[in-house]
Ligand binder design. Structure first.
Ligand code: 7RM
Length: 655
């Protein structure tokens, strides 16, 4: 059977950068970009060797890329920057200390209640060294795994950098995960310590963290230390043999801590990602290659300049927080904003208030957030002065063109390029993206492969599919920040990512490439529908639904159908009251049929007020599939943001 995906949505708008943006951009010259890109593909060792030399090494590397076929190696077993020694916290902090950046603001932090803390590079360096000495004093050292379970406070970034400084491997677990999820991750990583806080502020109340840690480690004798930051005043249970307040441990600690020299391929961190089935995978990242990828992509994708104020709204519990809050921006000496709380606390204009207050110039968020902002209404955006913004970004899911246009017009005032960045926990850094001073952006497209990325659209047999046709996204060449494995499960690593085609990485996403070489992500391959033999992307049907004024958000899945094989079920969140949208269910079916074609016409529209999402905002379609088919949910729901949603969906109205 053909594995091609029929791509049915046409989007032809294109927005080149303005002349003024182009003139001031780091990379604004198309010829220069083409030359660099060509070199990155034709001579990756020269290209990546040059980039890597921009970072401070403790010992220079001997070779750039090595493996079974030397510098031509591909596939899972390659090594980057052999012979080199480097330390991530030294790259992020120490290198700036004997430059003008020593007294530059590294971090502007704001708590949900409105409290502020800022740190210069010199101050952040001191904090991290002291933090690192606290870890050392507890016997934590090179190669040990340390779980970090924190709210979005400066200590979260400091904890990561302190681990990196002493060569301990951090494993950040998102603070919204349950005790059970935390326990699984601590056990799988065999962690010897947990860094946490008493709690954090979320929507006006304290989200406790320490109790979940206590619960998670009650049967984990390997965990000898729980280091706890005092953020709130809530009471916590205390085991004096194991628990340590950070502020007490810091008293009288030395502010000097030499960075541990790490081999290029030494592990910098583990980060768990939930596959569509099975237990979470501990994605393993290296030190040098990861840093090189995070450093270069931050610099060019965000056109980072010395006086920018950069804000990535992700949580440090996600890869976006690792690469584009901590390692990438700090390696570039940037000034960044970090915010503890929810986007709608205490009001729905909070993000725009923060942009105005701190003079944010670069803003990076997720489509799920953008759709929420749209729903909350334009007035929250319009109330604030966003004239300092010059660049916008999105990540995490395909962005539907109507949300893209809203983001461009309402937030960006029509003047800011939008970088739609496609990448994964596994890729470590951005793979498909516009270069903002060069690329014409298109609503819904992640546009072009970044430097060194050899992306193609293949069929199951590994043949390239013609332009315009949907297929499987594939990466043929290794890149420095690629994952090095799944912690403790080499077999699953090889099967998941490297077994579909020889020596080629399979990310699990469907995509198509247009005649100009721009990539359009169609969503996870597991989500593709098959209606009467036509393979359709859920994302495109969702896009058609939200292009109707009555719909704010939509999720499309298939249920078995005797006649057509699969039938389309659409879950929609209406704009305004649910009653109205029920009345327009017929109109919505017609709208999809008109936008895409009769074959994409939903068999059923279900109105809901919420959709099941992961905590990073991705729709969990596998749960919707079970609901649409009327099955019991027996699958893992621990990564679900709000489990009460399932009851609503099961009992919700049909139309
Ligand atoms: C960074 C991150 C990875 C998956 C990936 C895609 C989807 C991410 C985009 C996107 C369309 C984008 N890491 N995805 N970015 N889809 N356009 N710009 O999200 O490991 O949590 O998820 O997310 O399906 O495979 S992740």
């Amino acid at each position: 059977m053909s594995q091609e995906i029929e791509s049915v949505l046409a989007e032809s708008r294109a927005f080149p950068p303005s002349d003024s943006f182009r003139a001031a951009a780091r990379l604004g010259d198309g010829d220069e970009y083409a030359r660099l890109h060509k070199q990155s593909i034709e001579d990756p060792s020269a290209f990546w060797g040059g980039v890597a030399k921009e970072l401070p090494w403790l010992r220079p590397f001997d070779e750039v890329l090595t493996g079974p076929d030397g510098a031509q190696s591909r596939g899972p077993g390659v090594e980057w920057f052999r012979g080199g020694e480097i330390n991530a916290s030294h790259v992020c902090l120490d290198q700036h200390l004997d430059t003008e950046r020593a007294n530059k603001t590294a971090l502007i932090w704001e708590g949900e209640p409105g409290d502020n803390r800022t740190f210069t590079y010199a101050e952040l360096h001191t904090e991290v060294c002291r933090f690192a000495n606290v870890l050392k004093a507890r016997g934590i050292g090179k190669g040990d795994r340390v779980a970090i379970y924190m709210p979005m406070i400066p200590e979260a970034a400091m904890a990561m950098l302190a681990c990196a400084r002493i060569g301990a491997i951090h494993s950040v677990v998102f603070g919204g995960f349950s005790a059970a999820s935390l326990q699984d991750r601590i056990a799988d990583g065999d962690c010897c310590a947990v860094i946490t806080a008493d709690g954090g502020w979320r929507r006006g109340s304290v989200l406790p963290l320490k109790p979940a840690v206590d619960e998670a480690i009650k049967d984990q004798p390997r965990v000898k230390t729980v280091l706890c930051v005092k953020r709130t005043e809530n009471a916590v249970a205390w085991d004096p043999a194991r628990d340590v307040w950070l502020h007490e441990a810091l008293e009288g600690v030395d502010a000097e801590c030499a960075p541990e020299p790490m081999q290029s391929e030494d592990v910098l961190f583990l980060l768990y990602t939930s596959g569509s089935t099975g237990k979470p995978k501990g994605i393993v990242h290296s030190t040098a290659g990861y840093l090189v990828g995070a450093y270069l992509s931050t610099k060019y994708v965000f056109d980072l300049q010395e006086d920018d104020v950069y804000w990535c709204t992700a949580d440090v519990g996600w890869i976006t927080g690792h690469s584009y809050i901590v390692y990438g921006p700090l390696a570039n000496g940037a000034t960044m904003v970090m915010y503890e709380g929810a986007p709608n606390a205490p009001h729905e204009g909070r993000f725009w208030e923060l942009c105005e207050k701190h003079g944010v110039t670069i803003f990076y968020t997720a489509p799920t957030a953008i759709r929420a902002f749209m729903k909350w209404g334009d007035e929250h955006v319009e109330r604030h002065d966003l004239s300092k913004l010059r660049l916008l970004g999105t990540v995490g899911e395909p962005i539907n063109p109507s949300a893209w246009m809203w983001y461009r017009d309402k937030v960006g005032g029509g003047r800011c390029p939008i970088v739609d960045t496609w990448w994964q926990t596994e890729t470590g850094s951005i793979m498909l993206t516009p270069i903002p001073g060069v690329s014409a952006t298109k609503p819904g497209s992640a546009t072009l492969p970044f430097f060194g990325v050899d992306a193609v659209i293949l069929d199951e047999e590994g043949r390239e599919v013609p332009d315009g046709m949907g297929g499987l996204l594939a990466l043929r060449r290794p890149w420095p920040s690629m994952l090095r494995g799944i912690w403790g499960d080499e077999k699953r690593f090889l099967e998941t990512y490297w077994s579909k085609w020889p020596l080629t990485y399979f990310p699990g996403d469907g995509a198509r490439k247009d005649a100009e070489g721009n990539f359009w992500i169609l969503g996870r391959v597991d989500d593709v529908l098959n209606v009467s033999g036509h393979r359709l992307s859920t994302m495109e049907i969702e896009s058609a639904l939200v292009s109707h004024d009555a719909v704010v958000e939509a999720a499309v899945v298939a249920r078995p159908d005797d006649l057509t094989g699969e039938a389309i079920v659409a879950f929609v969140i209406p704009q305004g009251e649910a009653g109205e949208a029920e009345a327009v269910a017929q109109a919505l079916k017609d709208h999809v049929a008109q936008e895409i074609g009769k074959l994409a016409r939903p068999a059923e529209i279900r109105v809901t007020t919420r959709l099941p999402k992961t905590r990073s905002g991705k729709i969990m379609r596998r749960l919707l599939r079970a609901i649409a088919a009327g099955e019991e949910i027996t699958q893992d729901t621990t990564t679900l943001e709000d489990s009460t949603i399932l009851d609503e969906l099961r009992s919700g109205p049909k139309a």
